[in-house]
Ligand binder design. Structure first.
Ligand SMILES: [Zn+2]
Length: 253
């Protein structure tokens, strides 16, 4: 390819001219906000202008932003931005039976990036797939661990293990600021789900079995409501027994 490549393509000229006037990242944010904010919101142009100006320290006027929105709505910039639903794309890809991939939407990694004994930086290694229970869905997740050969310890998302005797340890540091809780086996739980259960347990006196039945019923109802069933579940059986719940509950309180 010539280093003096001439810009002759109409699309390219359009993009270069556009980028000289407005940075592409500014247009991208306006597009995302335009897609997100419902058109019934009467202050939406003013809102979008404020958000963009605050985010990028720009000084765009509402008139300019409205002009960009008009052009976006007319499809003038269709070649600049894709219009795919990323969650849908990833779900379809990851649940395909003919694609060999380790990709999961949630990757549960060791609670520490360095060994707690010798401070050595550790590599993250794929361990296994697990079922993750969230507030409103069940998804497939990946568990990752790291190992310190000097201290002979393995580090998992919420515990560490001594390689010499297989003993597992949980400290407050293992649980602090974690979105998910995993203590081994094939199941992990979102912290929000555990907090939700704790609140029901304390304020509505819901037992583990009642909560499990209520959780399963909610998931079935969500699946019926959602036109795209793939987004709700990934063909995992609903849990018959959230038996690890009492243990985690005791730890978190
Ligand atoms: Zn170490």
């Amino acid at each position: 390819m010539s280093s003096n490549m001439m810009v002759t393509n109409t699309d390219e000229i359009y993009i270069v001219a556009l980028h000289r006037t407005f940075k592409i990242k500014v247009l991208h944010l306006i597009k995302d906000l335009n897609d997100r904010l419902d058109c019934v919101v009467t202050t939406r142009t003013k809102d979008i202008t404020h958000i963009v100006n605050i985010t990028f320290s720009t000084n765009l006027t509402e008139t300019t932003v409205q002009e960009i929105i008009n052009r976006l709505n007319k499809g003038e910039m269709n070649e600049l931005f894709h219009s795919f639903n990323i969650n849908q794309l990833l779900t379809t890809y990851m649940t395909s039976s003919i694609i060999d991939t380790q990709a999961t939407s949630v990757c549960l990694k060791p609670f520490t990036k360095e060994c707690i004994g010798c401070n050595k930086d550790l590599d993250v290694i794929f361990n296994q797939y697990v079922t993750i229970y969230e507030l409103d869905k069940i998804i497939k997740g990946g568990i990752y661990y790291s190992k310190c050969n000097i201290c002979r310890r393995k580090f998992y998302p919420n515990y560490f293990e001594r390689c010499t005797n297989g003993k597992r340890f949980v400290t407050p540091h293992c649980l602090y600021n974690q979105e998910y809780i995993y203590f081994g086996g094939k199941k992990a739980y979102s912290t929000k789900l555990l907090i939700h259960f704790t609140s029901l347990f304390l304020r509505q006196y819901s037992g583990f079995e009642n909560f499990e039945n209520s959780f399963n019923l909610s998931l079935k109802k969500y699946a019926n409501l959602n036109l795209n069933k793939d987004m709700v579940s990934i063909n995992i059986d609903y849990p018959r027994n959230l038996h690890i719940f009492p243990f985690i509950f005791a730890l978190m309180n």
